[in-house]
Design a protein around this ligand. Sequence first.
Ligand SMILES: Cc1ncc(COP(=O)(O)O)c(C=O)c1O
Length: 433
Amino acid sequence: MKKTGATFSRRQMLGLLGAGVAASPRLLAQTSSPMPPANTDASRLARDEAFWKEVGSYYDRAEGIINLEHGYWGKMARPVQEQYLAATQMVNKQLSYYARRDYGRDAAESVRRVARALDVEPEEIVLTRNATESIHNLIRQYQRITADDALLYADIDYPSFQQTMQWLADSAGATGVMLKLPPRASQQNILDLYRSAFDEHPNLKLILLTHVSNQHGLVVPVAAITQEARRRGIDVICDSAQSWGLLDFTLPELGVDWAGFNLHKWIGSPVGVGALYMRRGTLEKISPYPGERDPDNTRAATRVHTATSNFAAILAVPAALDFHEALGGANKEARLRYLRGLWTQEADTMPHIEVLGGADEDSWTGMASFRLRDQSSAAEVNALQKRLEQEFGIFTVARYELGSGACIRVTPQVFTTPDELAQLVSALKRLQA
Ligand SMILES: Cc1ncc(COP(=O)(O)O)c(C=O)c1O
C-alpha cells in the first residue's frame, strides 16, 4: 500500500511553528493516508484484511476493552490529530493576531472543502459546533407553522429533535404527530408508512427526517420521502448527523432543502465541528438567528450565531476530509456494512436475540442494535449492557427511545477487527445462559 504526500512529524511541524512561520497550519502539515489499491471495488476491498489492518495502524488504539460504541463521536486518524495539535499550538501562540487577520480566510477554506465534499456551493454551508446546533436552529427558526398545521417526526429521530419539533408545534398551537416505525423495516416499509402519515394528516407543513437513526442505524429513504413531501407542499428538515461518512452520498442525491451534519462522527474531524446546509432560494422559510439581519434572505450564515469557537478544530477540517477522501467514502461504507454483517448474520440465527434496524440491505449501515428477545425495558437493557462490559469486556451503549423499547447499539469503526466482532458473537451465544 502506498502513502500519499509528504509526512511531517509532529516535531517538524511544531519546529516550523516555533520558528514563527505565520501561515495557516494547513500549509505546514501535510497528511498521509492509506491508499486503496487501484481497480479494487469497494465490496471486494471490504474483505481485504491486510488493507484494513493498515488503515487501523493510522489510529491510536486503547487497550483493555473492545469498544463497539463509535456512534458517539469518531476517533481522529493520527494525521488529523497531528494537524489539530499543531493548529492548537499555532492559535495559542498567535492568538488574536492570527484570528483577526487570517482565520476568516482559513475557515472559508474549511467551508469550501465541506461544500465540495457534499457537492453544493460554499454559500449554502455554515459551519456549526455540532449537528444539534444546526438542526435546533432550523426547527426553532422555521417560519411557516400556524395553528391549523401539523408537523411530523418519528420515534427513530434523535430524541432532542423530537422534543424541539413538539415544542415548535406547541408554541404555534399546531399539532405534533409522532410516527412509530417497526423495530425492523425495509425501505419500502418506511416509505409506505410516511405516505400513509401524509394521507392521514393533509395539513402537514413540516417533517423531520433522520437519514440514519442514532437508535439502531436504520437508513431512512430520504430522497423518496422528500420527493413525495415536495409534491404535497410539505417542507423537510434532514438530520444527517450520523449518516455523513457512515454512508457515501452527496446532497443533490438527497434532494433536501435543509440539513444538519456532524464532521466529528464519521468524517473524523476533532470534536466540535458540525455543518448546516441551506439550499439557495429557501432561506425565507427559516428566519435569521434572533437579532441577525438578512433582508434579502440570501445569507445562510445569518441563521447561526456561533461566536468564539474552537479555531483549531475548524482548521483541521481539510485534514479530516483529506483522510476520509483518500480512504474513499464508498470503501468506508462497504467495510462498515461488512463488519456489521459479521455479527448480525450470526445474531439473526440465535432465537434468544432480536436484531433491530434495517430489514433489507439498503436500510442497513455499519451501526445496528439488538436486545434479548422480549426484554425491551430500560432496566433489562441496562443490565445487558453491564453484562457485556463486565463479563465479556465489550463496551456498547443502551438506547431507549424507540417506540418498540430499549436496545443495545453496536457500532464498529474502520479499525475494528473481525476478531473483535467474533468475540461479540461468542458473547451473544453465551447470553442465552
Ligand atoms: C441521528 C443523530 N442526530 C443528532 C445527533 C446529535 O449530534 P451532536 O451531539 O454531535 O450534535 C446525533 C448524535 O449521536 C445523532 O446520532
